[in-house]
Design a protein around this ligand. Structure first.
Ligand code: FAD
Length: 393
């Protein structure tokens, strides 16, 4: 599906990280900015990070204008991505519900929904009866946290995570991007305030510009260039059940209890859990977190009570203090960061890649990602999306 070249001695642009955001960045650099001599360097296989580990929920119903512009830019690209890549990323706009379980949830969700509508986002409030029509198997009143209503974004949905990485990789490769797997970047090399390349376990590779798109490992790489990123890396877990016939044809998120459910085309329930309460680099996560999630799922959907779970895993998510990403230049010339997506960056993949490519190509941010700069942690102009981030951290 793509070549496996040996790394050249030097590139104009090196992207560290072969997840969706990194591969997408290389694709847009080649396609929209007509740039050549680009490499993506991935320490494992493509999509082996969070791209291939996430529950693929896509939506754009964030609170602040800055976030809506970013996530809806992505959602609009998702709507034509299979055509654009000529590869089926299985984007399915089956709608996303965010449940409210108490008065605080109701107020927070309604506030966000009103803000969304001012920004033209298809977000609406639906009551318990309407939820029951969409998801008849849900238990709404006989449980610890009754379901009082939900926000509903019909344009939201899910996609096939691997296909996103593979689609971008194939098309980037066709335009000459070298995709180098099984090659770990150990150090970012700088000289006189400018990036000059990277040291890898396959030797030193020179680069005029370097984009770091390494999710949970971004702060480790930044440290090699003397930069301290405001990120915490924590495991976030997901699990899937044995396959069953179709029972749920939308995505249901329940932030208060950290239980997210959708059903894959194979019939498996795809269940998202919360983060561990401490920093760690294990791609596994604590057992207590799954126990809590499964307990909540069984209360919300009693018919799942006797199902068997097939697989469980974790990914290392990189969380910013304001639960918003960093898409930014830094004080070292030619070095750029795209990270801090925390528990919710899959939905942003094509939009983030698109504006990050612009930032690298022009050495200047795109208007959409300008607010997501590193300097906001100095000026205090934070974009606090903890309420909309879905997973509390
Ligand atoms: C369990 C779970 C559920 C999630 N659910 C959702 C969801 O439903 N919706 C949503 O929007 N988001 C979700 N997310 C978050 C989402 O997965 C991420 O924000 C997104 O996939 C990040 O993409 P990325 O390309 O930036 O990172 P990644 O896909 O992690 O790619 C980074 C790559 O960098 C590589 N790398 C790291 N260090 C080095 C190095 N030194 N040298 C070379 N390569 C390196 C890694 O191997 C990795 O492949 C979830 C995450 C997890 C873990």
């Amino acid at each position: 599906m793509w070549r496996s070249p040996e790394p050249k001695k030097s590139y104009d642009i090196i992207i560290i990280g072969g997840g969706g955001h990194g591969l997408g960045t290389a694709y847009y650099l080649a396609k929209e900015h007509k740039l050549k001599n680009i490499a993506v360097i991935e320490k494992g296989w493509l999509g082996s990070g969070n791209t291939g580990r996430n529950t693929t929920i896509i939506r754009s119903n964030y609170l602040w204008n800055e976030s809506v512009y970013l996530y809806d830019h992505a959602l609009k690209i998702w709507e034509n991505l299979s055509n654009e890549l000529n590869y089926n990323v299985m984007f399915s706009q089956r709608g996303v519900l965010n449940l409210a379980h108490n008065e605080h949830d109701v107020k927070e969700i309604k506030r966000r929904m009103s803000a969304n509508r001012l920004n033209g986002i298809d977000s609406k409030w639906i009551n318990t009866q309407e939820i029951k029509k969409l998801v008849p198997i849900m238990n709404t009143d006989n449980l610890r946290y009754p379901v009082l209503g939900a926000s509903y974004q019909p344009r939201g949905g899910v996609a096939r995570h691997d296909a996103v990485a593979w689609g971008f990789a194939m098309r980037a490769d066709e335009m000459g991007v070298d995709i180098i797997q099984n090659c770990e970047v150990k150090n970012i090399i700088t000289k006189s305030g400018k990036v000059t390349g990277v040291e890898t376990d396959k030797g030193i590779i020179s680069g005029e510009k370097v984009g770091v798109v390494a999710s949970g490992h971004s702060s480790i790489l930044a440290k090699t260039a003397g930069i301290k990123l405001p990120l915490q890396s924590r495991p976030l877990q997901a699990l899937v059940s044995e396959p069953i016939k179709p029972v749920i044809n939308t995505v249901v998120m329940s932030n208060a209890v950290h239980a997210y459910v959708s059903q894959s085309d194979k019939g498996e329930l795809v269940i998202g859990a919360g983060t561990d309460g401490y920093n760690s680099f294990t791609q596994r996560g604590g057992y207590d977190v799954i126990e809590d999630t499964v307990r909540a799922i069984v209360e919300l959907y009693p018919i799942f009570g006797k199902m068997k779970m097939l697989r469980q895993w974790g990914g290392i998510v990189d969380i910013c203090p304001d639960a918003s990403p960093i898409i930014s230049k830094c004080e070292i010339n030619g070095l750029y960061f795209n990270c801090g997506w925390g528990t919710g960056g899959f939905k942003a993949t094509p939009g983030s890649a698109n504006v990050f490519a612009y930032t690298i190509a022009n050495d200047d941010p795109h208007p959409i990602n300008a607010p997501f700069n590193l300097n906001r942690f100095v000026t205090g102009k934070l974009i606090d999306e903890h309420g909309a981030a879905a997973v509390a951290h």
